[in-house]
Design a protein around this ligand. Structure first.
Ligand code: FE2
Length: 272
């Protein structure tokens, strides 16, 4: 559980770093399970790339339908012009999402042991719902950049209630694309919302067209085992990984079940 200083720090900065939150056994369980799942995955039949560069175009049916599934999304750089993998399959995946915390026995046990609901409650979430999880790989040399964004853009409730739990499964450094965040930036307005239009395609609704503040981002280099808690409106970013080391992380996003969850949010699930 968090102490008062930690809660105050989260409220002030919009993020909180807790070292040694997930032990090496649990980290290894998640990484080994991911490797097994990728080995079983038929990559010839599903070729969904994840990139934040063209969120609209690449949010294909495979992505939108993944809210209550365990699916695999490739790094954009994993394919050459002919569509062939440039790296072994196990090093080609950008992320696995978005319901392994509910559907996969290994993830489920580890996640249940993390006791994130209690922390979410301390941070003001009355009825925590763990609405999505992601295993993010940030693969060596081809790990894609993630643009500056606010998680509430994608995980929206009224009023806003999203909190992200980001767990470092491996050391995260400036070289392999650690998180960077705007301290106190959670107090700015939500800039846009990702939603399903009446035509059925995914769009961004622009809510606030002011520029991002030009304050410097804090570089959140952390050791494996650290958890970073992110307020849903906190602007954050991670650079491409051009190093030789992966930067695996496991993330969970929680919303408040007492808040209104729009029917046109991209992520729709009956699982929680
Ligand atoms: Fe994010």
């Amino acid at each position: 559980m968090l102490n008062n200083d930690q809660i105050e720090s989260f409220k002030r900065n919009g993020y909180l770093i807790i070292e040694d939150y997930i032990d090496s056994t649990k980290r290894q369980q998640l990484m080994s399970r991911a490797e097994e799942l990728i080995a079983e995955f038929d990559h010839q039949s599903h070729r969904s790339v994840f990139t934040t560069k063209e969120q609209q175009r690449t949010s294909d049916d495979n992505f939108i339908g993944s809210a209550d599934k365990v699916r695999f999304f490739f790094e954009q750089e994993a394919f050459d012009k002919e569509g062939k993998l440039t790296v072994p399959k196990r090093l080609s995946i950008n992320k696995i999402g978005h319901a392994q915390h509910l559907l996969d026995p290994v993830y489920k046990v580890v996640v249940d042991g993390l006791q994130l609901s209690g922390i979410a409650k301390q941070l003001g979430v009355v009825s925590p719902r763990a609405i999505q999880s992601m295993h993010i790989f940030k693969q060596p040399r081809i790990g894609g950049e993630v643009d500056l964004h606010q998680d509430s853009t994608f995980i929206y409730t009224e009023p806003m209630s999203c909190i992200g739990f980001w767990l470092a499964l491996e050391d995260a450094t400036i070289d392999n694309g650690c998180l960077q965040a705007l301290p106190g930036g959670h107090k700015i307005a939500l800039k846009r919302r990702f939603y399903k239009s009446k035509q059925g395609d995914m769009r961004f609704e622009e809510l606030d067209d002011s520029e991002w503040p030009d304050d410097e981002l804090a570089v959140l280099e952390v050791d494996a085992g650290t958890m970073i808690i992110l307020h849903g409106q906190l602007p954050h970013y991670s650079a491409a990984n051009v190093s030789e080391k992966s930067r695996q992380a496991f993330t969970m996003h929680v919303v408040d079940g007492d808040c209104y969850y729009p029917k046109d949010n991209w992520l729709q699930t009956d699982l929680v």
